[in-house]
Structures are given as C-alpha cells and as structure tokens.
Design a protein around this ligand. Structure first.
Ligand SMILES: *Cc1c(COP(=O)(O)O)cnc(C)c1O
Length: 400
C-alpha cells in the first residue's frame, strides 16, 4: 500500500498551486482562490475514475465510514454486519454512530463469507459492510444478493483497494456507497484523508451537509454564513492541501497498480515453490490491485516454521492471524469492552446494563484460515536485490 513510494514533483506542483493562493479551505474565499478548488476537483476526478456519479472527500477513511453511515440513517438500536478480518476502524465507526457491530466469518477470499452473512441477519440489521481487504475483491455479487433479499443497503469499505476492480467495475461502486482511505500507508495517500463514492444524489447531498456542520451549500446572497441547514452535522472537511496531493496521487494510481501486479507475479512465482502452499482466492486477477500477496500453508505449525525461516533470512511475512489490529480474536479491547466513557458506552447502555458481548471463539472458520496465512506487502518499487533476498529466503524454507 505504497502511495508514499511515488511521492514527488507532481505532488509538489499541485501543493504549490494552493500555497500560491494561500487558500487552504475548500469553500468560499471567492476571488482570492483564483478558481482553484482542489478538493472539489479531486472529488470529481476520483468519482469519475471509479465510474461513480458523486465523490465526497473527508478527513480520513474512518470519517468516510462514519459520514456514510450517518447519511444512511444508521444509529442506536441498529446492527451493522461486517467481517472479522478488517482494520479496527470499520467497527469503531459502527460504534461511533451508536450502532452495534456484528462480525461474519471470512472465506478463502479473506473477505466476507456470504453464507455466514445470511445466517447473521436479524430484524435489527440495517447495513452490511463488506471490506475489500488486502487489495482484492469481496464476493460482492453474492453479498448484494443476500442484502437485496432483505432490503438492506451495502457499504463497501474499499480503504485497502482503490484501483481494484471486479470484471471491469471499480470496487466501491457496487453498493449504496463505497468508502476509501488515503492515510499514510494506503495505495494512494494524502497523509490523512478519505472519500465516499455513490450514484445516489440524495445520499451524497446528505453526506456533503453532514460532513460540514449541516451547511446546505445552497448559493445565497449571505454567503456561507447565510446558508441554511436541515439537520445537525459535524466537521469532517478535507483541506485543500490534501485535495491537491490527492489529484497528483490519483493520476498515478493506474501505474501503481500495474507495477504492483508485475511485482506480485514475481513474488508469487517465488512463493509457489513452497511445498503444500495455496494462494488466497482472487475472484478476478486482472482487477486485483495487487497490494498484497496472501498464501496459506497446510497448517498453523507449518506457517509458523516457514515464517521463522523467512524472518531469519530477512524476508519475514505478516502473520495476520496474530496481528492485533486486524483480526477479531485479537481485539482484546473489544472483547473486554474497554472504553473511556464512565457509563461504559458503547458496551453498556448508559444505565450500567451490558448491551453487547463479544466472544473470542465465535469465528472458527476464520481462525482456521488466519492461522495458516502468511502475507507479503507488494511494493511499487521492488529492486532486483530485494526480490533475490526474498527468493533465497523462500528457497531455504522449502524443507520446513
Ligand atoms: C485504513 C483503513 C480504514 C481507515 O482509514 P483511515 O484513513 O486510517 O482512518 C478503514 N478500513 C480499512 C479496512 C482500512 O484498512
């Protein structure tokens, strides 16, 4: 996930356009901004890149989830289903709007298992959030089929897969809306930042107003101070410098994905020599943003032995099964209900009564997969030397 690898002159040029005017705010400042609206331009270009009608830029990928859920009307009393393998941000945002996250198993796509999804729907389920983890596609058609049967909207958390597609259609553009992150380690970065895409004009308007304290953004003689509002909002505005960087990074996205695909193929070739290795199911290789190479060993012990050899030879892989930020049984603060709120919210109902309990053992299918999983992050720039080091480490691991 390497936007930072390709940061250069193009980003500087876009930033200078903003610094030359001194207007850092995305709205207002008439003459002074000389027609430069970087955030607005970034929204338009990003949405068009994804084949969507509208883009709404916000301050982070987590804010994107929050703003999208607010606009979808999600709140207390609602359940939102997501997958047990994701970054903590996905369910933090669910709690933050007052709803309760419910977790599904993942299958060999390492994304939401549609069969388990169907079992977890209750009358309280108001939203489904599949995540396109590690750069590649969730089974979005099957997930939408389950969701549509129950009339539940789908929000795709596409934070880890900008530039990814399924049969030519951009990830994030299948459901009611899709959210993206441009944080420091994502495929394209604005330092901090996020985006929501949608084809639903009303949903976009609600997101636009909510993310800016409710401002209706209607042209009126009183300017911004005279704008009306229809509901309470918050501040999740992206600033012009971020929009500027986003424009330069977006222009590089196709090239980033192409280079990652090439480097991923080289790494995969080297990994394929491990006896008994199998690869994560990728639904559409051409649409894989190729940010990661994920592979399974026959069992947890084998994965542990292999990774020990790889690490000793300077090419250790990520074992997401024991990663504390991405996998349900490792979220000890969720399991324990740890919160700063004196009332115990969101785990307690505010009157001291436990509202929701999470049990570490409820996702056995995911646990079995994650224990056998090893992952390499695929860089945009992979030197021959580094590839040789990884290949040699893998060659030493073949007798694990
Ligand atoms: C990074 C990430 C987010 C949150 O994005 P931020 O911009 O860091 O807030 C949300 N979901 C997933 C799956 C992520 O990887």
């Amino acid at each position: 996930m390497p936007g930072f690898e390709v940061f250069g002159a193009e980003e500087k040029k876009e930033i200078m356009d903003v610094l030359d005017t001194g207007v850092l705010f995305r709205y207002e400042f008439g003459e002074q901004r000389k027609g430069i609206f970087k955030v607005r331009e970034f929204e338009g270009k990003f949405a068009a890149y994804c084949g969507a009608e509208h883009g709404q830029a916000v301050t982070s990928g987590t804010a994107a989830l929050k703003v999208a859920m607010a606009a979808l009307g999600i709140g207390p009393g609602d359940e939102v289903i997501t997958q047990g393998f994701t970054f903590v941000a996905t369910w933090e945002a669910i709690f933050d709007v007052g709803a309760v996250p419910v977790f599904t198993e993942v299958d060999e796509t390492l994304n939401m298992d549609p069969v388990d999804l169907a079992k977890k729907i209750t009358p309280k389920t108001k939203l489904i959030i599949p995540v396109h983890m590690l750069g590649a596609q969730a089974r979005i058609h099957e997930i939408l089929a389950v969701a549509n049967k129950h009339g539940i909207p789908v929000l795709e958390d596409t934070a880890q897969a900008p530039g990814g597609k399924l049969n030519g259609k951009a990830l994030g553009s299948f459901g009611a809306c899709g959210t993206f992150s441009f944080d420091a380690v994502k495929t394209i970065t604005t330092g901090e930042g996020g985006m929501i895409i949608t084809n639903d004009e009303k949903l976009w308007r609600d997101m636009s107003e909510y993310h800016d304290h409710g401002h209706d953004h209607a042209v009126n003689p009183g300017g911004r101070g005279g704008e009306g509002r229809s509901f309470i909002g918050f501040n999740y505005r992206m600033m012009e410098l971020q929009g500027a960087i986003g424009l330069a990074q977006l222009a590089k996205l196709d090239d980033i994905v192409a280079r990652q695909q090439k480097n991923k193929a080289a790494l995969k070739e080297a990994v394929a020599h491990l006896p008994g290795v199998t690869f994560r199911t990728i639904l559409d290789e051409k649409g894989d943003s190729a940010s990661f190479l994920a592979f399974f060993l026959p069992d947890a012990e084998a994965a542990g032995r292999v990774n020990k050899i790889l690490a000793a030879n300077g090419a250790g892989a990520i074992a997401f099964g024991s990663n504390t930020w991405h996998f349900y049984p490792k979220w000890e603060h969720l399991l324990a209900g740890s919160t700063l709120a004196k009332s115990g919210w969101p785990f307690n109902d505010g009157k001291g009564k436990r509202r929701v309990v999470y049990d570490a053992d409820v996702l056995p299918q995911s646990a079995a997969l994650m224990a056998r999983l090893l992952v390499y992050q695929v860089p945009v720039k992979l030197s021959e030397e580094r590839l040789r080091q990884i290949t040699e480490a893998l060659n030493k691991a073949v007798n694990y």
